[in-house]
Design a protein around this ligand. Structure first.
Ligand SMILES: Nc1nc2c(c(=O)[nH]1)N[C@H]1C(S)=C(S)[C@@H](COP(=O)(O)OP(=O)(O)OC[C@H]3O[C@@H](n4cnc5c(=O)[nH]c(N)nc54)[C@H](O)[C@@H]3O)O[C@H]1N2
Ligand SMILES: Nc1nc2c(c(=O)[nH]1)N[C@H]1C(S)=C(S)[C@@H](COP(=O)(O)OP(=O)(O)OC[C@H]3O[C@@H](n4cnc5c(=O)[nH]c(N)nc54)[C@H](O)[C@@H]3O)O[C@H]1N2
Ligand code: SF4
Ligand SMILES: [Mo]
Length: 743
């Protein structure tokens, strides 16, 4: 038996760890951390070994399946696409393009194929009804950064390796391994802050592993982080500690911010936040005094009614303490595949609301509508009603608010097609499912996460196996051809070819990185590779470190990455302002008009009485949203679908550890066992999301054995953060009662 060793970036979360995979006779024999990986240096988490199971999982679809009256049957690719073509075509013909909705889920961001082809796919679909997992996740960050810096993808990340002070809100990297801050061994990097004499403070309604390991943990009432952050800024202005530093000439709106934060004193907000005003003042002074500091806000803070304000306030604090764009503060990554910064800052700026959703009138954000309103668009009669749905790498029945209602709505559609390797709670309601090949049969390069990385690195993984079927880019390209009415049987490579031609044209125009170059010559130089490799190669070569097609010998290209299977380290983050700014003014807009207007809503909310009992979510170490519970190693232990509750609340409600409780919200009812623990803040309960696998039709045999219940049967689709359309998944008002034991 001949054994081979391969190096690959793990695609299962944002940390981009290097894996060493050994194979013999086409089977995986071992998966471990790659000690030579330039970024992760051997670190992996328990999920990494799931790569092996995911590859071998008998429930994973290997060929398309089609559902008719007699149930599911396997079909060939041509038959599957003929069905898609005919049925989507008929919906578009009878009801127009807006009648086809698309939902794109989280793993698409980890798929090179999907990131490369999806923009073209969306142009081909040309429907208003575009939904993604971003509106149950980080959309508030895109909005606040779009407004402040001029581009929704210009997101500053904490410079973890150099900071002296880390204030973390709504993040639990001990479990999640970090998000909107790509940092393999996030935990080790945070522990190093303390070792070098810095301080780590965690703000969370639950004493998580991350909170327990910090210098200080502050309990906060869920959904009130914007108040707390405003009070920190209030204190900094009040004390006269505001100090923007060298960036000051490039910042607009400081005086407006001083006025905005005025009403939010630590005392004024303390009833809502539950944070002692003395603690708030002390943290503000520590932030102001720290040699360098980062305010890092993540998903717990974004999935709230004031998500965008909280996201903005966090970056605003970074600016007013002089910590934006400098080592140890929050900085903008400069990825190898990105565009080079121009000489001068400024651009067209960024806005939302170019169109509105039909039923609720929500503004478009980043080309999307809030997934919380997808069921409205399916159920509400009238022109433009959604009649068909395409899902790609998503499971909105378990991952979006009031998933129960969405499930019912899906069953009423004329046609649903899913690109997904499993028949889960969403895809089992489809008519056709098109499975992508195994993770190991794909090209991998993290377009999304190297743009959010705490160090500039680049790493490419070639496929280890021959495809089990078409690659994911081919599947998505054939869908694009179906959307265009060109017949899904056409040559899929025309789609990436068009995308490449567009990129090359932009780069060869005046001001582009290859200005004056000949587009045909450039495309000619890229030949001989798979279409998505050509796009990656082009972006690397024309990017900030690229060889510029001979103009900068020794620069990066795909060939260079291929020669470095452990990755290429491009160094620590470096300042990029003001050149990177894309606002119309060419400055950091600290007080954008939409934010200013929304602060009025926040101010009004100061008087709201605190709901008696509220629910938050919980991520689990050996889990990945809804889709890895079919891996045996992921089940059991602490990965259980239980409701965490403080002993005082349990006592008051007559709940006993381990016994079932009935939880009710406006949206629904769920019964799960209770786990009594003083890691919860009194008045707050926690239920993990992504469970609820016991529905008929779901083909996840292992997940079904420990199905759990879906927390999104309780979350409410009627409330969103108005600026971003993001769902509110934390601070859900609930009532809880003991379930009487059976007689
Ligand atoms: N209550 C509550 N709800 C939440 C959250 C929360 O904190 N609380 N978190 C939210 C967040 S942050 C997110 S990102 C969403 C996630 O929401 P979704 O993206 O809708 O759901 P996932 O559970 O990630 O499901 C991913 C799907 O992709 C499939 N898949 C896996 N790999 C691939 C691939 O390579 N290609 C394709 N085509 N398919 C693939 C899986 O089989 C699965 O069906 O959940 C959100 N929902
Ligand atoms: N093992 C594992 N890793 C994952 C995932 C997974 O499911 N499992 N999911 C991946 C995905 S899609 C994402 S987006 C990232 C997310 O990564 P993180 O942003 O680190 O998310 P969580 O681990 O959910 O941590 C959110 C924290 O916010 C707290 N919280 C809830 N409500 C509030 C609030 O109102 N205010 C404050 N201050 N805190 C609050 C919760 O108690 C929790 O500790 O993780 C990714 N990594
Ligand atoms: S931390 Fe994320 S990238 Fe690293 S091994 Fe675990 S799942 Fe993979
Ligand atoms: Mo996410």
């Amino acid at each position: 038996m001949s054994s081979t060793t391969h190096y690959r970036t793990c695609p299962l979360c944002e940390a981009t760890c290097g894996l060493t995979i050994t194979m013999a006779d086409g089977s995986i024999t071992n998966v471990r951390g790659d000690p030579d990986d330039v970024f992760s240096k051997g670190f992996i988490c328990p999920k990494a070994t799931a790569v092996k199971h995911l590859h071998n999982d008998p429930d994973r679809l290997r060929s398309p399946v089609l559902r008719d009256r007699s149930g599911w049957r396997e079909v060939g690719w041509d038959e599957a696409f003929a069905e898609v073509d005919a049925r989507l075509g008929s919906v578009i013909e009878s009801h127009g393009r807006d009648a086809v909705a698309i939902y794109i889920g989280n793993p698409s961001v980890h798929s090179l194929s999907a990131t490369v082809v999806i923009p073209a796919l969306l142009r081909a679909l040309d429907s208003k009804n575009v939904y993604t997992a971003a509106t149950v996740d980080q959309m508030p960050k895109h909005v606040s950064c779009g407004l402040m810096f001029g581009a929704p993808t210009l997101i500053p990340v904490p410079d973890l390796d150099r900071t002296d002070y880390l204030l973390m809100l709504g993040a639990n990297p001990w479990v999640s391994n970090g998000s909107l801050a790509t940092a393999p061994d996030f935990r080790g990097r945070v522990e190093a802050i303390r070792r070098r004499g810095g301080k780590v403070v965690v703000v969370d309604p639950r004493r998580t592993g991350t909170a327990a390991a910090a210098d200080e943990h502050i309990f906060i009432r869920p959904g009130t982080d914007a108040f707390f952050l405003m009070a920190l800024a209030h204190t900094i202005f009040d004390d006269g500690d505001m100090a923007v530093g060298d960036l000051e000439p490039h910042v607009d709106g400081l005086a407006d911010v001083a006025a905005l934060v005025e009403p939010f004193s630590p005392e004024a907000v303390s009833v809502r936040t539950g944070v002692n005003p003395g603690v708030t003042r002390r943290i503000a002074r520590e932030l102001a005094a720290a040699t360098s500091a980062c305010v890092y806000d993540r998903v717990g803070v974004h999935q709230q009614e004031f998500g965008t304000l909280a996201s903005w306030a966090s970056d605003m604090l970074t600016v007013v303490t002089g910590n934006l764009d400098r080592p140890g503060g929050k900085m903008f990554p400069y990825p190898a595949h990105g565009r080079r910064d121009p000489e001068e800052p400024g651009g067209r700026g960024w806005r939302t609301g170019r169109f509105r959703s039909r039923v609720k009138g929500y503004p478009e954000v980043f080309g999307q509508l809030p997934v919380a309103t997808l069921a409205d668009e399916i159920e509400t009669p009238g022109d433009g009603r959604v009649r068909a749905l395409v899902t790609i790498a998503g499971n909105p029945v378990l991952s979006t608010p009031n998933g129960r209602r969405l499930a019912r709505a899906l069953s009423s559609l004329d046609f649903v097609v899913s690109v997904d390797p499993y028949l889960n709670e969403t895809t089992s309601r489809a008519h056709v499912v098109l499975p992508p090949p195994s993770i190991l049969a794909r090209h991998h390069y993290d377009f999304a996460f190297y743009g959010l990385s705490v160090r500039n690195v680049a790493n490419y993984s070639p496929p280890l196996l021959d495809g089990e079927g078409p690659d994911e880019w081919e599947i998505l390209s054939r869908l694009a051809l179906a959307f265009l009415g060109q017949g899904a049987s056409g040559d899929p490579s025309v789609v990436p070819q068009m995308a490449l031609a567009y990129l090359v044209q932009q780069a060869t125009e005046p001001g582009g990185s290859l200005a004056g170059g000949d587009a045909a010559d450039v495309i000619g130089e890229l030949q001989g590779r798979a279409p998505i490799e050509q796009i990656l190669d082009f972006r690397l070569r024309s990017g900030p470190y690229g060889d510029l097609f001979g103009r900068r010998p020794g620069g990066l290209s795909l060939a260079v990455l291929e020669a470095h299977p452990h990755g290429v380290d491009l160094g620590p983050l470096r300042p990029r302002l003001p050149q990177a700014l894309r606002t119309a003014s060419g400055k950091v807009e600290l007080a954008p008009q939409q934010i200013v207007a929304d602060v009025t809503r926040l101010h009004r909310d100061l008087r709201r009485s605190n709901d008696a009992l509220v629910m938050i979510g919980r991520r689990q170490l050996r889990s990945n949203n809804s889709w890895m519970h079919n891996v045996p190693e992921m089940l059991g232990g602490t990965n259980r679908c239980t409701l965490l509750i403080h002993p005082d609340d349990a006592h008051r409600l007559g709940l006993v550890d381990g016994a079932p409780a009935r939880i009710r919200s406006r949206a629904g009812i769920v019964e799960v066992p209770v786990a009594v623990t003083n890691e919860m803040m009194p008045g707050v309960v926690s239920l993990p999301h992504g469970w609820g696998h016991d529905e008929p039709g779901v083909r996840l045999s292992i997940a079904r054995s420990q199905a759990g219940k879906s927390s999104n049967d309780l979350t409410d689709e009627q409330v969103v953060d108005p600026l971003s359309g993001n769902a509110v998944l934390n601070a859900i008002p609930v009532t809880i009662e003991a379930v009487a034991p059976p007689p």
